[in-house]
Write a protein that binds this ligand. Sequence first.
Ligand code: PLP
Length: 390
Amino acid sequence: MSWQSRYESSLMNTFGTPKLLLTRGVGAHVWDVDGREYVDFLGGIAVNSLGHAHPTIVDAVTTQLQTLGHVSNFFASEPQLALAERLLALLETDGRVFLSNSGAEANEAALKLTRRTGRTHLVAAVGSFHGRTMGALALTSKAAYREPFEPLPGDVTFVPYGDADALAEAVTDETAAVVLEPIQGEAGVRVPPPGHLAAARQVCDDHGALLWLDEVQTGIGRTGAWFAHQLPSGQGVTPDIVTLAKGLGGGMPIGATIGLGRAGALLEPGNHGTTFGGNPVACAAALAVLDTVAQDHLLDHATALGKTLRDGLGEDPRVSETRGEGLLIGLELTVDAPSVVASAMAAGFIVNATGPSTIRLVPPLVVSADDAHALIDAWPAILDGAGETS
Ligand code: PLP
């Protein structure tokens, strides 16, 4: 039986049948079951920040598992403490961290935290993606994701992304929080106008609402800063809540909900919990990621290679716009993006379409200049192999 048939007869059809069965990876390269090699510009959807099989993560996870693999939240562990302290230090704040296992879970915890303000109204953005669990889905704008599962919890107003006037109109003294991605990832790498986060901060302050930044996709070096709101475009904004997942664990499942300052005290004993959250192995992996990003200067590397990729790929006239920061890259095309994905795969590159005309690249932060130039060199032929935009 083919692996596709095995997949179709054993796994729920939530994703469609995958195109490849991958068997191993090293750095930004992966191999499929037939031994074909691909350069991975998707990185597990912005997760494999150090690429595949990075020795520091492998060592950290192996050592931790050999020492203490799981303890439950009845007990503390050193990696859990160290990770919470490191995240607060990177955010240059006091506050408190809740550790979980995914982006959706990080956002569920944040949503519950906002309820502890005594308010229930939330403001989110059109084009937002915050996850698939019911609370996170309530904040996710795409109708196709929401409608089969309505009614969803909460009282959420959606405003156009980056529209400060619409935001000011939507937020009232009843608003618990405004939730924003500093750059929208799933929507095709949408960057807000300069000053938008500062405007959102001001609106929140005017009404006593919390500013919640979902950095699940943008966090941990992806944009060339530890957090996207720390880029110059963030204008020094300090949020009240930051949610993280994806690149934090470098492939090990982990999520983090960070309440900065007083927001860190809103959840009290009995308000929330998770069996696996703060698992020492996942925390050890996250610490290895943070150490390596710092030691190997991966923030600067992400900034430099992001520019190389945007400039190089953007030279083709069939690219009408390049967007993003660091290694969170959106390319708007005049040709059909899903067929570019197929054409790239045939040429040995994994890229991702977020829509009919948009390609997203979120490679490992360790992707090499040679790999970037290989994609740039192959790009015109990849686009030649694609169809017209439908
Ligand atoms: N928030 C953002 C900004 C995301 O991009 C995603 C996933 O793409 C999520 C939340 C959900 O994360 P997870 O798939 O780990 O639940």
